[in-house]
Design a protein around this ligand. Structure first.
Ligand code: NAI
Ligand code: 3PY
Length: 317
């Protein structure tokens, strides 16, 4: 059994991993140093590897991603039929939920704008400040990340509307729960729209021009899911022409974002370089490794794995 590990693990965690199958061969490397040969030899991979290196593998039984996002791995021909794909959803909600609250305040209280003014030594009162308490928050993608944001916004006194793909009971921290087919009639009610759902064929360009135009002109949008959820050129017009009041994006298409794009210069945009949940955050990394080790234990004893993804559709099983 060849096990390739690209997820950074402390010594004690490596020992725990290896004790589950002392007879296996373990290869630890960084994502950037992975080779096609290493991927093709592996029976189990723990951590992300370039999806194109997986194509044609005859050995891979299980891929445990360190990311929650599965884009690239669900493309046709990447994983062979019967391969198990699991992700690290559940690890990121804490760090990203907090980050989103930060973006919300920076936009709703104009603090990001004041920082820009400070850099330019500009003493100027900005209009458009509103309270978080009493605002309506629409969380599209009420999974691990969306739920952590929703809980915090509820605690701050917002009216929280959650949107999911699959029917379930309404959790106590949301005031209203709906499903993907309801989005169009909900957008106009929200002061804050938060996108925290996965990227797959169906969610590509989710925020179209038509949908932006359904939002209030005083509303803001946050995106921590993937850049492909929003059409970047439409977003530029939405912000420039003030169809909406502002945007806070931790993800954008393309990444890295071209230096000369006019979006950078908009006052009503906060753009961060996909940092809200990275595994340089110790609490997040600890959770990712915890999920991987628990799944390795389950795999070893033949129990169903957590976070299985149907790579034909990109949906969580
Ligand atoms: N910015 C960053 O650093 C990170 C970004 N992400 C992104 O966030 C996404 C979500 O991560 P988790 O919360 O861990 O996943 P999750 O699987 O726990 O939650 C996803 C939620 O989206 C909902 N959903 C799926 N399709 C939908 C649709 N068409 N309309 C409305 N809701 C829909 C699902 O029902 C589920 O509630 C990931 O797929 C990834 O793309 C994840 C981690 C870090
Ligand atoms: O887990 C993910 O999907 C990420 O984007 C990590 O930054």
């Amino acid at each position: 059994m060849n096990i390739l590990v690209t997820l950074p693990m402390a010594e004690a965690q490596r020992i725990e991993l290896e004790q589950m199958d002392p007879g296996a061969s373990y290869h630890y490397t960084k994502y950037k140093s992975v080779t096609r040969e290493l991927v093709q030899e592996a029976n189990i991979i723990i951590g992300n590897v370039p999806p194109e290196f997986i194509e044609g593998s005859a050995n891979l039984e299980w891929l445990q991603l360190n990311s929650a996002g599965t884009d690239g791995y669900c493309n046709p021909g990447v994983l062979a039929e019967g391969t198990i794909l699991t992700n690290a959803s559940g690890a990121y909600g804490l760090s990203i939920g907090e980050f989103m609250v930060g973006l919300t305040f920076a936009l709703k209280k104009n603090t990001a704008l004041y920082v820009r003014n400070q850099i330019n030594h500009r003493w100027h009162y900005e209009s458009g400040v509103s309270t978080i308490m009493g605002s309506t928050v629409l969380v599209i993608g009420l999974g691990d990340i969306g739920m952590e944001y929703a809980k915090r916004m509820k605690a701050l006194g917002s009216h929280v509307i959650g949107v999911k793909r699959r029917k379930s009971e309404k959790p106590e921290y949301v005031d209203e729960l709906y499903y993907e087919e309801d989005v169009d009639r909900l957008l106009g009610r929200a002061d804050i729209v938060a996108l925290s759902m996965p990227a797959y064929d169906k969610t590509m360009g989710f925020m179209s021009e038509e949908r932006f135009k359904k939002m209030k002109s005083s509303a803001i949008i946050l995106n921590v899911g993937r850049g492909s959820l929003i059409d970047t050129e439409v977003l530029y017009r939405a912000l420039k022409e003030k169809w909406i009041a502002g945007a806070g994006l931790d993800v954008i298409t393309p990444e890295p974002f071209p230096k000369d794009h006019p979006l950078w210069d908009l006052d009503n945009l906060i753009l961060t370089p996909h940092v809200s949940g990275g595994y340089s955050i110790p609490e997040t990394l600890e959770r990712i490794v915890g999920i991987a080790l628990e799944n390795r234990r389950r795999f070893a004893v033949g129990e169903p794995l957590k976070n299985r993804i149907d790579f034909e559709t990109g949906y969580r099983l």
